[in-house]
Design a protein around this ligand. Structure first.
Ligand code: NAP
Ligand code: GDD
Length: 351
């Protein structure tokens, strides 16, 4: 009799965690999701899965809690998706970002080495590590030049994963994933900020959308496609790092035009440029060469750029219309925290 495979996912409450949990359940896994303690639970994205997964309380900041989470769940695969993942916050909280996003990886690898070194480990590396790119498009061999404390922390997480693979013979791999989005994307990331903003404009809930650098280019794909690449990496015969992206880049301006166009709106009339959303150092142009993932894993993206944009705008329209019908106030997209994006913050962050 074959034993049900068990997987532990850190960051289960995040965008990718929710899609990965769905995929693992569909593949027949018993899924454990690691959640940190909070005074209010943030299970919105996994609410529909709660009766099929087991939540384990632990924190990437706490070594013993990670050991306990592994002992409790006894997984054969661990997916480390937990991180402080928003680039502007990493300029505001660089030390905390390093604790979660960089050293947290070492804590988890140490816990695996202690509890069960046969566990297969996936690390959520990022195209943000390429930063000021050394070549275009970027492959697994392109050198890193991160441009934010987040990118630096991810580079550490990437190299420590490689190091534990080489030093201790762990099946530990990194997926260097380019930007991937969905209707479940956090509201502060630019694609969701735009889709939510367009839906609000369309429904007459606001009359402008403030954005920063419209010239930045990203290789945007659909998150649902990308979690499959994570899973495929842990099913491979040999541990290997892979770049995952569509191979197509679009500017933020392109995204704005596509989203406004889909809703029949004119961006000229509503988009306001606000320097508060510029970053101390920017990543100008990311584009993936995912040849290795295509040829060795058989991975392909299934969702085109126009399909992604339409999916996100339609989902936000539906959500806000539904909320309006229930006479509820929907969460506001652009939350300005005290001091954030103020001239003082900008000056401080620029040094
Ligand atoms: P996300 O929506 O921001 O989710 C991040 C998750 O990490 C949340 O579940 C969060 O939990 C959890 N977390 C934060 N700090 C933690 C801690 N100290 N202990 C335990 N959990 C903690 O991010 P995502 O878009 O799903 O991305 C998943 C991973 O892929 C992240 O590591 C991100 O950096 C990386 N990545 C993302 C992309 C992308 O385009 N989406 C591209 C490349 C790499 P709470 O709910 O408690 O906050
Ligand atoms: N967030 C945001 N808000 N970004 C804006 C805005 C705005 O109002 N206006 C322009 N942008 C530009 C940013 O300057 C950046 O160049 C681009 O839009 C994308 O920003 P984000 O959506 O915040 O994503 P990111 O590329 O910085 O980081 C995401 O992708 C990484 C992979 O490359 C995150 O998901 C990271 O966690 C991930 O690793």
């Amino acid at each position: 009799m074959t034993r049900t495979r068990r997987a532990l996912v850190t960051g289960i409450t995040g965008q990718d965690g929710s899609y990965l949990a769905e995929l693992l359940l569909a593949e027949g896994y018993e899924v454990f999701g690691m959640m940190r303690r909070a005074s209010t639970e943030s299970v919105e994205r996994i609410e529909h899965l709660l009766d099929r997964i087991t939540l384990v309380q632990a924190d990437l900041l706490d070594q013993f809690s990670l050991v306990a989470a592994l002992e409790e769940s006894q997984p054969s695969e661990v997916y480390n998706l937990g991180a402080q993942s928003f680039v502007p916050t990493s300029f505001r909280q660089p030390v905390l970002t390093a604790e979660f996003t960089a050293v947290g990886v070492t804590r988890l690898l140490e816990a695996i080495r202690t509890v069960d070194p046969s566990i297969r480990f996936y690390q959520a590396s990022s195209s943000e590590m390429f930063g000021r790119v050394r070549e275009t498009p970027q492959t697994e061999r392109t050198p890193f030049h991160p441009r934010s404390p987040y990118g630096v922390a991810k580079a550490y997480g990437h190299y420590i994963t490689v190091n534990y693979r080489e030093s201790y013979d762990l099946f530990a791999v990194s997926g260097i994933l380019f930007n991937h989005e969905s209707p479940r994307r956090g509201l502060e990331f630019v694609t969701r900020k735009i889709s939510d903003g367009v839906a609000r404009l369309k429904l007459g809930l606001t009359d402008e959308l403030s954005l920063g650098n419209l010239d930045a280019k990203r290789d945007w794909g659909f998150a649902g496609d990308y979690v499959r690449a994570m899973w495929l990496m842990l099913q491979a015969d040999e541990p290997e790092d892979y770049v995952v992206g569509t191979g197509e880049a679009h500017s933020v301006r392109n995204f704005v035009e596509a989203a406004f166009g889909h809703a029949g709106l004119d961006p000229e009339q509503h988009v306001r440029l606000d320097p508060a959303f510029l970053r101390p150092a920017e990543v100008d142009h990311l584009i993936a060469d995912a040849t290795l993932a295509r040829t060795c894993l058989g991975w392909e993206p299934s969702t085109s750029f126009p399909e992604l944009v339409s999916m996100m705008v339609d989902a936000d329209l539906e959500r806000l219309e539904h909320a309006a019908h229930r006479s509820e106030r929907a969460p506001v997209a652009t939350v300005r925290r005290a001091g954030e994006h103020s001239p003082a913050f900008e000056a401080e962050a620029r040094g």
